[in-house]
Design a protein around this ligand. Structure first.
Ligand SMILES: [Zn+2]
Length: 126
């Protein structure tokens, strides 16, 4: 992959990283507001508030996961290994990287990993 393309994708990774952190901060602000509302004696505690907090905690989990993937990709940019599949060491299709700049495996390996994951999730046949 050309250095200019890597640099472009690196910029994109840093932009996505910033977006996630900003979104997380906003979620934190909402959570704080929610907690503030709970301290209000007129606010009725109940399923609604629990559900909202649960959603926010889930959002945080997904963001942390994506952040870890972005950081892993940025580390590979630094190491000069960006765009190379971590599983089979083939070059990852640049078209795939444009859509998923933090992809660490090629399309084939990603499909194989997903199949493996699905097989694990399936109930053992008896
Ligand atoms: Zn691969």
């Amino acid at each position: 992959m050309r250095a200019r393309e890597v640099e472009h994708l690196r910029t994109e990774l840093l932009r996505q990283r910033r977006t996630i952190i900003e979104t997380a901060r906003r979620a934190q602000t909402e959570l704080d507001a929610l907690r503030g509302a709970e301290r209000d004696p007129e606010f009725e505690e109940g399923a609604q508030s629990e559900h909202e907090q649960y959603t926010l905690s889930l959002l945080g989990e997904a963001q942390r996961h994506q952040l870890a993937m972005i950081d892993a990709a940025l580390t590979r940019v630094e190491a000069g290994e960006y765009g190379v599949c971590v599983d089979c060491e083939a070059e990852i299709d640049p078209k795939r990287l444009r859509v998923l700049p933090f992809a660490l495996v090629c399309t084939e390996c990603a499909t194989r990993r997903e199949r493996g994951l699905l097989a694990e999730l399936e109930e053992p046949t008896s």
